[in-house]
Design a protein around this ligand. Structure first.
Ligand code: AHR
Length: 603
């Protein structure tokens, strides 16, 4: 196969083509990228139980409803110490199926009520082994009238696995026969970029290394809720964490909302991402059998969105802008994109989406004409007959590897007037991304990049998976609570290779062969040329590439003979291999093995 990258002409490519879709699924937020490590730490929800908590010594624990910390955190953990108790008593928390102790400096925050003038020891201990990874003594002076706030920073040593629990313990003789109340106990490692209430570094680092351009949040289905009452409500995710009640998430577990609206914007700031804010549009999950809200009944929900936008974009003279300032963020956040709803093409959402989209669009656009507004579907029958100028459409695509390859040219002849956002896509039908599917994704992405004048953004989904709590497979990155455990799947490497190597202009490539099984796209920018290649086939292929005025380059490649090869929690057969390459007589000769994806950067 001979390819000649042309020097003249070309199409501008979208500068924000690759990025992230995030929602709390698979404990990707609580127990995942959100840095707080304890599970059920605020005993949130209507009927909280003692999940993850335990007691030590001659004492028992209970959920207490008579000593609220705040109206948002109405329950506390009561430790009842027996009369005459001796030795050590206390409480334990097992984290989210363990705790990743990474050797960084940890922080603990909690509230305590009860008469105590003594020390509490915070410890991180190996389950079964008893190995101590941290121990710090904290002087407490608390009373039984009010909660007293405690915080401490302490060193840790790296644990070999995630089988670690946290404990707070006391000298039993100091508290025998009394009760102590603990509320909203929080434990953080050193977070990504040391952000307060920030992200777990090992997962944030894996994302940061992908060099993405945007973050879509907070869902996905988790935006929608099972019903109107359990929709994601921005105003309950902001301000001090003790004022956040949390909510029943869509994916089967309670969300603390410690990772809230502001934290998403700080995530964007710390990784250089554009925010894509999803807003609730009157339609909860179709699986809940809900009837969409329409007509005048939509008004409160439109107001809710306008308030949210004022919180994000308003200055301190506005009600909600002032609230943001009071919460510690002086400047408005640089929001540019808002998506109305999620997958409104599904189930009973389609028929009324035109009306609902228009109602939200008109009010948002009136106040914020510069925002790009994205419809949650590209299905013509669900959209208003005349989509307002400048609107984008979100299209989701979970497909087989062959299906993804079959969609290689689906954008070649699309109307250029209405841009696309591929808000979610991935291979489906497998537990882990497999090589064949990842090459299929690369072929699909080459098609997107060739058309990135009209395809503005694309994100793999779902992004993260705690292997102990999985609601959706496959995912881009998996992890357990072992402190260094991050499974970078074959699809992760495809995303990283494509995202980290982008030119501003897509160049024409002349060839002597049609597309398939080898696919390619070339771009240029920053005085370099980028050629992306995918071999969706079981035999090797040789590709000769001429690039204007370039004779040296770096090749990054992933490959595996086995189309079912997968990086999993037990084996990692695929990782990128880099090599220096030189053109001979003006041509780079690239040997593409079976099932391979490669990026050549010539400069
Ligand atoms: O990515 C998992 C789910 O797939 C998303 O929540 C939803 O938008 C889609 O159906």
């Amino acid at each position: 196969i001979s390819l000649q990258v042309q020097s003249d002409g070309g199409n501008a490519s979208s500068p924000i083509l690759y990025g992230f879709m995030f929602e709390d699924i698979n404990h990707s937020g609580d127990g995942g990228i959100y840095g707080q490590l304890l599970q059920n730490n605020g005993l949130q929800g209507k009927n909280p139980d003692l999940t993850s908590w335990g007691s030590i010594g001659d004492a028992t624990i209970a959920v207490d409803s008579n000593n609220p910390l705040t109206s948002a955190i109405p329950h506390s953990l009561r430790l009842d110490v027996s009369e005459g108790a001796t030795g050590t008593v206390g409480v334990t928390n097992n984290g989210h199926w363990g705790i990743p102790v990474d050797g960084s400096s940890f922080q603990i925050y909690f509230w305590i009520k009860g008469d105590l003038n003594s020390n509490i020891t915070a410890r991180l201990v190996g389950n079964g082994t008893g190995t101590e990874y941290a121990s710090t003594s904290i002087q407490i002076s608390s009373n039984s009238n009010n909660f007293t706030y405690i915080d401490a920073t302490f060193p840790t040593t790296i644990a070999p696995d995630g089988n670690v629990y946290f404990e707070l313990d006391l000298d039993a003789s100091e508290v025998a026969g009394s009760s102590l109340y603990f509320s909203l106990v929080q434990l953080f490692p050193e977070t990504f970029k040391s952000r307060q209430n920030g992200l777990q570094p090992r997962l944030a680092n894996a994302l940061d290394a992908m060099n993405g351009s945007f973050l879509r949040f907070p869902g996905g289905n988790n935006l929608e809720g099972e019903d109107e009452g359990s929709r994601w409500k921005w105003n309950e995710t902001v301000g001090p964490v003790e004022d956040r009640p949390g909510r029943q998430g869509t994916w089967g577990y309670y969300n603390t909302d410690g990772l809230g609206l502001a934290e998403y914007f700080y995530w964007c700031e710390d990784m250089g991402l554009d925010a894509v804010l999803g807003v609730w549009d009157g339609y909860a999950l179709e699986s809940g059998g809900n009837t969409p809200i329409t007509g005048d009944a939509l008004s409160p929900y439109i107001d809710e969105v306008l308030n949210e936008l004022e919180y994000i974009l308003g200055d301190s003279s506005t009600q909600y802008g002032a609230m943001r300032v009071a919460h510690g963020q002086k400047d408005p956040w640089p929001l540019k994109m808002v998506e109305i709803g999620n997958e409104d093409n599904l189930g009973g959402g389609c028929d009324t989406y035109g009306e609902r989209f228009t109602a939200f669009y008109n009010e948002i656009h009136k106040t914020y004409p510069d925002l790009t507004i994205i419809a949650s579907t590209a299905e013509p029958s669900c959209l208003p007959p005349n989509l307002p100028n400048g609107t984008w459409m979100d299209w989701h695509n979970y497909n087989t590897p062959d299906g993804l390859v079959g969609q290689f040219n689906m954008f070649d002849n699309k109307d250029r007037d209405v841009p696309y956002f591929i808000g979610e896509y991935a291979q489906n039908g497998v537990d882990w991304p497999v090589m064949k599917g990842s090459v299929g994704e690369a072929v699909f992405m080459i098609g997107l990049e060739r058309n990135s004048d009209v395809v503005k953004m694309a994100a793999y989904a779902p992004l993260l998976q705690l292997t102990n709590s999985t609601q959706w497979k496959p995912n881009l990155i998996a992890f357990s609570q072992a402190p260094s455990h991050v499974v970078k799947t074959t699809s992760y490497y495809v995303q990283q290779m494509f995202s980290a190597n982008r030119g501003a202009t897509i160049k024409e490539v002349k060839s002597d062969s049609p597309f398939g099984p080898v696919y390619w796209v070339a771009s240029t920018g920053n005085d370099a040329y980028y050629v992306k290649l995918a071999n969706y086939g079981s035999t090797g292929q040789e590709v000769s590439i001429s690039i204007p005025e370039k004779g040296n380059g770096k090749l990054t490649m992933i490959a595996n003979d086995d189309p079912n090869a997968a990086n999993t929690d037990s084996e990692n057969p695929v990782s990128p291999v880099e090599s220096d390459v030189t053109a001979t007589q003006g041509n780079f000769t690239i040997k593409l093995p079976a099932w391979s994806v490669a990026v050549l950067v010539a400069n």
